[in-house]
Design a protein around this ligand. Structure first.
Ligand SMILES: [Fe+2]
Ligand SMILES: [Fe+2]
Length: 164
């Protein structure tokens, strides 16, 4: 199995987009609720490994990409807030489906930017060996990543950001 950081992140993206499509074709609130739980888990883990593993390293090694990294933090933050709200909401709530649609639109946009614009620059700037090293670290981070945004760390981070 490859430990290349970009390969690993693209695998996550693929699974996240698959869950988005399943949500879009789900027909009952129960199905939608179960899928949103899975989406929240995938996104929480993915955000954690990018925020702790990929972004800080890239920012440090490739200062030219700092603006991209800062924009990514903000895009993840918006997704975090939506996930926190969805995690405490019933699938029967009239805003549940609309909120999930906004989450899907935001995350899809972010994934496209990463894959089409950002990853090629990172691959060129960091090279193969460094990307494998970051990938290995991200696999370790994945083991201890929070799985729900309500875990105190994630919640506190989001609240701090909201009240900053
Ligand atoms: Fe990201
Ligand atoms: Fe990503």
């Amino acid at each position: 199995m490859s430990t290349d950081a970009i390969v690993l992140l693209k695998q996550d993206h693929k699974e996240i987009k698959r869950l988005f499509r399943e949500f879009q074709s789900a027909s009952t609130p129960k199905q939608r609720g179960d899928l949103v739980n899975k989406i929240i888990e995938e996104l929480t883990v993915h955000t954690y490994i990018e925020n702790e593993g990929m972004y800080p390293e890239t920012r440090q090694l490739l200062p030219d990409l700092e603006d991209d990294v800062l924009e990514s933090y903000e895009e993840h933050h918006v997704a975090d807030v939506l996930c926190i709200e969805l995690a405490s909401m019933s699938p029967d709530d009239e805003r549940f489906e609309a909120k999930t649609t906004v989450l899907i639109e935001n995350v899809t946009h972010h994934i496209e930017e990463e894959e089409q614009e950002w990853f090629p620059k990172v691959r060129e700037g960091l090279g193969r060996a460094k990307l494998q090293e970051i990938g290995e670290r991200m696999l370790e981070l994945k083991e201890k990543a929070p799985r729900r945004p309500t875990s105190p760390g994630a919640l506190k981070k989001a609240i701090d950001a909201l009240t900053a």
